[in-house]
Ligand binder design. Structure first.
Ligand SMILES: Nc1ncnc2c1ncn2[C@@H]1O[C@H](COP(=O)(O)OP(=O)(O)OP(=O)(O)O)[C@@H](O)[C@H]1O
Ligand SMILES: [Mg+2]
Length: 271
């Protein structure tokens, strides 16, 4: 279909485990076991599952940070493995990541301005210092940050503020897709709600697609149009977000729903 912008076909990722002793037979861990996924323009696919189920590995493969052992990733119908340099640059620009601990993804010796400018320097063909300054000035109010924060260092910002900067950094490249990997898991519930609502409003404005990874079914339900439930590298259940939430087919999914820490009423409380 035409509006599919990112597709994974039969994605497999195996890791060779470290041997305890050298004569031991090589053991292989299958982190992702043959997953098919199609992300459409403006859609949010939620990927939920317990720790170690392969969510991040899948997200990183789809976002080009890791290569699959087998299977194919297609961006706008084009196989990643067959892209030329320019196509790869376009892809890199159009898929951005937001991770769990924003401070860890920022150089502590860089000011916020430099942190926001660097990716544009690398990936945006329109880059000039003036262009970067103007774009940063436009984006900061959209993520709820004051203009003077650009002179600060990451250590001078709170976790929630840093995550807003990480979102701004991703948005500055006008990406089509953002992979959000546990992007609110380290934040307290009221800040979680602010960040989730910010991501939703930015999606309405820019039509961005999200791959939204979380172990918390409440967060996944709040954000996602479509949900994949992963166990041991495989999808055990998938469907429209509301349908999976209301009528989970698998006992495991029901268990995830019951153990969710995030409640939508906390969003009302935070507004
Ligand atoms: N570089 C690696 N080398 C070896 N094993 C790895 C590597 N990266 C991931 N794994 C293993 O692959 C499996 C899936 O890991 P992954 O990080 O994708 O899980 P996850 O669902 O994101 O977990 P979490 O919720 O804890 O972030 C785990 O068993 C993990 O130990
Ligand atoms: Mg992970």
């Amino acid at each position: 279909m035409e509006d599919i912008i990112l597709e994974g076909k039969q994605i497999v990722k195996n890791f060779a485990l470290k041997k305890e002793v050298f004569w031991e037979k090589q053991k292989i861990l299958q982190a992702v076991g043959g997953i098919n996924i199609q992300l459409r323009r403006g859609q949010t696919i939620g990927i939920v599952g317990e720790s170690g189920s392969g969510k991040s590995t899948l997200g990183e493969i789809l976002g080009g940070l890791q290569r699959p052992t087998s299977g194919r990733v297609l961006y706008r119908g084009k196989d990643l493995a067959q892209m030329n340099r320019e196509e790869r640059r376009q892809y890199r620009r159009n898929i951005q990541f937001i991770f769990q601990n924003p401070k860890e993804s920022m150089n502590p010796y860089f000011t916020i301005e430099k942190i926001l400018t660097e990716p544009m320097k690398l990936l945006d063909e329109n880059y000039t210092p003036d262009y970067a300054r103007q774009k940063i000035a436009e984006i900061l109010p959209q993520v709820g940050m004051e203009p003077d924060c650009i002179r600060k260092y990451p250590s001078e910002l709170s976790g929630g503020q840093c995550q807003r900067i990480a979102i701004a950094r991703a948005l500055l490249l006008n990406p089509e897709i953002i992979v959000c990997d546990e992007c609110v898991s380290a934040l307290d519930v009221s800040v979680q709600a602010q960040i989730l609502n910010l991501l939703k409003s930015l999606q309405r404005r820019y039509g961005t697609s999200y791959l939204f990874i979380s172990h918390d079914m409440g967060v996944i339900h709040y954000m996602s149009d479509y949900v994949l439930v992963m166990v041991g590298g495989k999808i055990i259940e998938q469907g429209e977000g509301a349908a999976v939430m209301r009528h989970p087919a698998q006992a495991y999914t029901a268990q995830l729903i019951n153990s969710s820490l995030f409640r939508e009423d906390s969003i009302c409380a935070a507004l």
